[in-house]
Ligand binder design. Structure first.
Ligand SMILES: N[C@@H](CCC(=O)N[C@@H](CS)C(=O)NCC(=O)O)C(=O)O
Length: 202
């Protein structure tokens, strides 16, 4: 199996976390985003939007979109399932994956990219910080009753949130998350998992 990705990319890290949870080794082909390799004809043939990651299975099946890839991997690889069998826990997992992609990560990435690029547009950063509050408030309430987002087991919902939360900390914005104590306790559980450490090269 091959993953075309970038070790620093949030979306590649979701895929690598699931692979590590399943103890499945792949060939990782690094696409240099700083050189624009993601927009090369060869990569555009794999990913029409010119971004990473892309998964290629041993029988030549190719697919893109990180959240679709992790669902596929969880369904097809052996090992502990990261998708709850219980319908209500499953619904919670999907709900929180959607909260991440619709509300949390767009706001978080506003802040992260301003800091990473060094553009530091404070008005945009303030918007990003504001946008992170509601989704954090909502998961903080859910995490008061359970260890992980969909219940007491680690699921794909935790996988999708983790790389964005990690980058919020990495750019020095811990104050935004620090006031949510259940989120902080959850973060300790998620970031100390061997799979997350492996996916982030720690
Ligand atoms: N919806 C896509 C988003 C992929 C994406 O935005 N990837 C980023 C890295 S996390 C990328 O390749 N950026 C390079 C660029 O935009 O040119 C997914 O989930 O796979």
């Amino acid at each position: 199996m091959k993953v075309y990705g970038n070790p620093m990319s949030t979306c590649s890290r979701k895929v690598m976390t699931v692979l590590a949870e399943k103890n499945h080794e792949v060939e990782f082909i690094s696409i240099d985003l700083t050189k624009g390799e993601q927009k090369s004809p060869a990569h555009l043939a794999r990913q029409p939007f010119g971004v990473v990651p892309v998964l290629e299975t041993d029988d030549g099946f190719q697919m893109y979109e990180s959240r679709a890839i992790i669902r596929y991997l969880d369904r097809t690889l052996p090992g502990t399932s990261l998708t709850p069998a219980d319908p209500q826990a499953y619904a919670r997992m999907e709900q929180f994956m959607s909260v991440e992609s619709s509300y949390f990560s767009p706001a978080a990435m506003k802040v992260v990219m301003e800091r990473f690029r060094g553009t530091n547009d404070e008005a945009n950063i303030a918007k990003g910080r504001e946008g992170m509050k509601k989704p954090l408030e909502v998961i903080n309430a859910a995490l008061a009753k359970q260890a992980f987002l969909a219940g007491n087991d680690f699921t794909l919902a935790d996988v999708t949130w983790a790389p964005y939360v990690d980058y919020v900390f990495a750019v020095g914005e811990q104050a935004v998350i620090g006031e949510y104590k259940n989120v902080m306790a959850w973060w300790e559980r998620v970031s100390s998992r061997p799979s997350f450490k492996k996916a982030t090269g720690r």
